[in-house]
Design a protein around this ligand. Structure first.
Ligand SMILES: Nc1nc2c(c(=O)[nH]1)N=C([C@H](O)[C@H](O)COP(=O)(O)OP(=O)(O)OP(=O)(O)O)CN2
Ligand SMILES: [Zn+2]
Length: 136
């Protein structure tokens, strides 16, 4: 019997969505206001869902305090109050869309979890725009 444990977190970050090979007009056509050159910010919310068997000795799938610490180091310390285009190595040549941000977060958390645990990350870029990634 598998159970999913969830932990919410948030970070604030600035970004600009654009393709460097396109003109400002082309970028505005595709990315709209998100392509403005001087960046803009979002209050990102995440839900980290870890699924696995309940350990009969602890009653835990995993200790949520351990998950809290992983998120703090891998997500909050890494992304909070950063300019994603400028400060984050992975976005030097990759557009920091919600899709690409959730993949980055998933990869960083995945590397810290036991292999028998399943992981899904949900990222809210705005209260109405959100993406999900489970490593498929
Ligand atoms: N597939 C994607 N589409 C869009 C992304 C994205 O990351 N992936 N990102 C953006 C913008 O960065 C941003 O999310 C849009 O912000 P905003 O216009 O404020 O979004 P809302 O729809 O929530 O605002 P409303 O008030 O409802 O207009 C765009 N597309
Ligand atoms: Zn944006």
């Amino acid at each position: 019997m598998k159970v999913t444990v969830n932990r919410k977190a948030h970070f604030n970050a600035a970004h600009r969505l654009f393709n460097k090979n396109w003109s400002d007009e082309q970028n505005f056509e595709v990315f709209g206001k998100c392509s403005y050159p001087n960046y803009h910010g979002h209050n990102y919310e995440i839900i980290v869902a870890v699924k696995g068997e309940v350990d009969p000795e602890t009653g835990f799938v995993m200790n949520l305090d351990e998950l809290r610490k992983i998120i703090e180091v891998e997500v909050e310390d890494y992304l909070d109050h950063k300019n994603l285009n400028v400060d984050i190595e992975e976005f030097q040549n990759v557009n920091p869309t919600a899709e690409n941000i959730v993949i980055l977060i998933w990869n960083k958390i995945r590397a810290k979890l036991a292999t028998d645990l399943e992981l899904k990350v949900t990222l809210y870029e705005t209260p109405r725009n959100f993406v999900e990634y489970a490593g498929e």
